[in-house]
Ligand binder design. Structure first.
Ligand code: ZN
Length: 376
């Protein structure tokens, strides 16, 4: 497979010059791995989100939209397993960026020493010392810090969907199989962020949880894999830069029944990286929330007079990562006949392009459109 060129560095500078993406708080030296979308960037990203919302919600009868709040009851993150990390010492691999529990039996040697070997990539000496670490941003809800309760900035939007499963199902009278979709901000205090807007501490997710009858889950899993890959191709992403990566046994979460990533080739050393995950999560999420909340989260299948906890097939795609993929895919350096200097072009799919058409007055000094050049 021919290696795609590394355009990331040039893209960062182009995105700043043209008003796509700026470093957050730049005049203060910047905030680590946080980025702001400028006038063109916000339009591009919004177009990506609109295409997703249209494909996943508006064009379908079997998916409902939702906009759950970022702040949630702290027990949500106990049920989801996200809080457990506070008490578990973790070890990071500097090479493959995977994180393990320090007591993971697959780790050979003592983490932090040169002999220790990463169970995922096999490199030696790349494992950090064990430390207590949690990816969630913590804050306080209530007027006085000491008496207030700890809340978290959500590390994923999915939990807002699970806890609203019955609210949505009963208010819309949807029958299983059906899905709930939402777009929203999520926050992760990443130890190793980087690569422009690829891995950031504040990011936007486009997630859809599809609730299905147990036993039909692999059928729907295959269905959503295909749908989602086609969506990326429809954005104009070069098909030769897209592939599926199946999670190995080591990568698979303990509750997951199957998982594939859609990967995009960002070129250079970054290469193929995940932009979307399609996961068969079984009944893990709803069962956990049932257990922690004490509320039944069963679906009543009326024709068959049967109650069950649905399985979930999840599609989770990063709005920022997809925007970056679109930009990398669009970046072209062209030579111009008769001119010494070439030009840099962003060949963006018309439906995503921030500007669809331009009308340029002959008098450049006027600097603004004449009234009859402004479309209504
Ligand atoms: Zn590793």
């Amino acid at each position: 497979m021919p290696n795609q060129p590394d355009v990331l560095e040039k893209l960062v500078s182009l995105c700043k010059r043209r008003g796509f993406i700026f470093q957050s708080s730049e005049i203060y030296g910047g905030a680590g791995s946080v980025w702001d979308y400028g006038p063109l960037g916000v339009e591009l990203k919004k177009n990506v989100k609109d295409r997703w919302w249209h494909a996943m919600v508006r064009a379908r009868d079997d998916i409902e939209g939702l906009d759950a709040a970022i702040l949630m009851h702290p027990r949500v993150w106990e049920a989801s397993g996200h809080v457990a990390g506070f008490t578990d010492p973790l070890v990071d691999c500097r090479n493959c960026k995977k994180r393990f529990r320090a007591d993971d039996p697959k780790i050979k040697g003592v983490p932090g020493t040169p002999e220790a070997q990463c169970p995922a990539c096999g490199m030696k000496g790349t494992l950090s010392e064990a430390r207590l670490f949690n990816l969630m941003f913590k804050t306080f809800m209530g007027p006085v810090e000491e008496s207030a309760s700890v809340v978290y900035l959500r590390p994923e939007t999915a939990q807002g969907i699970y806890v609203n499963f019955l609210n949505v199902q009963q208010s819309t009278r949807q029958k299983v199989p059906f899905g709930i979709a939402q777009i929203g901000k999520a926050f992760r205090n990443e130890i190793t962020p980087g690569n422009f807007i690829f891995r950031t501490r504040e990011f936007e997710q486009m997630e859809m949880q599809f609730f299905v009858e147990p036993g039909t889950d692999m059928h729907w899993f295959e269905y959503w894999k295909e749908q989602r890959m086609n969506w990326h191709k429809d954005l104009g992403l070069d098909p030769s830069r897209l592939l599926f990566h199946q999670h190995t046994k080591e990568e698979l979460a303990h509750y997951a029944r199957a998982a594939f990533d859609v990967q995009f080739d960002f070129g250079g050393t970054l290469g193929f990286q995940e932009i979307e995950g399609v996961h068969n999560r079984g009944d893990f999420d709803l069962s956990r929330h049932q257990e922690y909340s004490g509320k039944k989260l069963e679906y009543f299948d009326q024709p068959n007079n049967r109650r069950y906890v649905p399985y979930v097939v999840e599609t989770s795609v990063g709005a920022d990562r997809t925007t970056l993929a679109v930009l990398v895919n669009a970046y072209k350096e062209e030579t111009v006949a008769g001119e010494e200097e070439g030009r840099t072009v962003l060949a963006i799919h018309p439906s995503l392009a921030p500007i669809k058409a331009g009308v340029f007055g002959m008098q450049r000094t006027i600097g603004r459109l004449l009234p009859n050049q402004r479309s209504s």
